[in-house]
Ligand binder design. Structure first.
Ligand code: GLN
Length: 499
């Protein structure tokens, strides 16, 4: 019998529906895979075998009772440990929240439970989702299943590694500047950042509220789309949630998989093409991808987005500014860690020792930077200026989408790097998100899909679409995927064999 963990989420759902396999057997297969590989990969911060099995048994009972099962009922999922889960620890990979068990569910967690998807556990990330390698997790890094000496991307490296290593068929990530897409690219998985406001932020541990967007991590575009339709949609508890119908991403993938892109016009960003610092192998894989898209019938043109070159500096003022405000809540008083409270020290002293002990170096760097950028006297010069740049970037996107249906780029300038290669200089780490950040500042959807290998390691192609046109991004990425399957399927990551 085929190993259950090699099936796609869509195939697993179908097998459960037609009775080929029970949901319980599916969950057990993934738990066994986790047992086997977790010591090497360290994708998880918490594993909930019993909870997952209980949900699986509910699905089997529902099926036995003749109930119609939902699209992904019984398909296990792993959730990035920055999304709150009632009764299950949520740490944001920070000592600050090490022992915190949330009393409520995030909206997307609620929707996953309602869809009866067994939750396998919570995945590792850079502390508070700040980073591009998971090396900033307070609980040790995750390893890339393709090469365990290398990073799995970040901040959502745990989710991407879990899916790449077949420890979970699906996972949830959050993308503020690239944390779903960049890990997807460097692990050979699909990472989809929905339109900002298309998926609810209610119950995410907040990093940068005007940018944070939860979304799917999967092995195929169809699996990502099925999960997208479960978690997306208006949520009255999130004031920036968009009260519109969810874009039809599943239908768009089905259309894309026919391999016909005629009638679509795709834009290559001139400024990215000349951008320095991208690895030749990544550029080559990307160029092959563009050629393939042209063969599938897409009309390819060049589009200038002159302000994209300022996206990185603008992001590194806006995101730290918002994080300095959001992380003020970790004060040693309300919840989470408290250090040095001996009954005699002042509130300020306890607060200072708590924050000193609870936050890692990268988080502190951003709090300091953000506090400075917002301080009176500098707020116009830094934060205000960055917001103006953000508007110009949005206008670049709007002008581009007057001419093309979607924009195409590499997802990230380099393949998975070795541990320690970029921790010495924050700027080197920030460069990982050179191509992903513009769409966060604009708010539109962007998908990373595997586009082959560079020196034996996965590369990703990014498709960026207009806001609430997630379907366009999914369609283009699915068309590319339909030409790529043989390449990656033959080299499916198998650290059990490879390590
Ligand atoms: N790597 C980027 C950062 O460090 C993006 C993080 C994210 O998307 N959460 O901020």
């Amino acid at each position: 019998m085929t190993d259950i963990t090699s099936l796609t989420a869509a195939e697993i759902a179908a097998s459960i529906k037609d009775g080929t396999v029970t949901a319980e057997a599916v969950t057990r297969a993934f738990l066994a895979r986790i047992d086997e590989l977790e010591p090497t990969i360290h994708a998880f911060l918490h594993i909930d075998a019993e909870g997952a099995l209980a949900t699986a048994r509910e699905v089997d009972a529902a099926r036995a009772a003749g109930e119609t099962l939902g699209s992904l009922a019984g398909v296990p999922i792993a959730i990035k440990d920055i999304v709150v889960t009632k009764g299950m620890p949520t740490t944001a990979a920070s000592k600050m929240l090490e022992n915190w068990v949330p009393p409520y569910d995030a909206t997307i967690t609620e929707r996953i439970r309602a869809a009866r998807m067994p939750i396998l556990g919570k995945t590792n990330l850079d502390e508070f989702a700040m980073g591009s390698s998971t090396e900033y997790s307070a609980f040790g890094p995750t390893r890339n299943p393709w090469d365990t000496a290398r990073i799995p991307g970040g901040s959502g490296g745990g989710s991407a590694a879990a899916v790449a290593a077949r420890m979970a068929p699906l996972a949830i990530g959050t993308d503020t500047g690239g944390s779903i897409r960049q890990p997807g690219a460097v692990t050979g998985t699909v990472g989809a950042k929905p339109t900002y406001g298309g998926t609810s932020r209610y119950g995410l541990v907040a990093f940068s509220s005007s940018l944070d967007t939860p979304g799917p991590v999967a092995r195929t575009m169809l699996d990502a789309a099925l999960l997208h339709e479960i978690i997306a949609g208006h949520d009255p508890r999130d004031s920036t949630s968009i009260p519109q119908a969810v874009p039809p991403v599943v239908a768009a993938v089905e259309q894309g998989l026919t391999g016909d892109l005629s009638g679509l016009r795709l834009g290559l960003v001139t400024e990215f093409e000349v951008g320095e610092g991208a690895e030749p192998g990544v550029i080559a894989a990307y160029r092959d991808g563009v050629e393939t898209l042209a063969k599938l019938g897409a009309d390819i043109v060049e589009v200038s987005c002159p302000h994209f070159q300022y996206a990185l500096p603008a992001y590194y003022l806006i995101a730290p500014s918002e994080c300095s405000s959001n992380l003020a809540r970790f004060d040693g008083v309300r919840y989470g860690l408290r250090v040095g409270d001996n009954g005699e020290r002042s509130l300020e002293e306890v607060m200072a020792s708590t924050r000193e002990a609870g936050f890692g170096a990268e988080v502190k760097r951003r709090i300091i930077l953000g506090t400075y950028a917002l301080s009176s006297g500098y707020v116009d010069e830094y934060y205000g200026q960055a917001q103006k740049v953000r508007t110009l970037i949005t206008r670049d996107f709007e002008a581009a989408f007057g001419r093309v249906d979607a924009l195409i780029s590499p997802t990230t300038p380099f393949v998975a790097f070795e541990f320690g290669a970029r921790t010495g200089d924050p700027y080197l780490m920030y460069l990982a998100d050179l191509y992903t950040i513009p769409s966060n500042l604009y708010g539109g959807p962007a998908v990373s899909v595997p586009v082959g290998l560079s020196d034996g390691l996965p590369a990703g192609l990014q498709v960026m679409a207009p806001t609430m046109r997630d379907d366009v991004a999914y369609r283009v990425a699915a068309a590319l995927e339909s030409t790529q399957t043989p390449l990656l399927a033959d080299q499916a990551p198998d650290p059990a064999k490879g390590a």
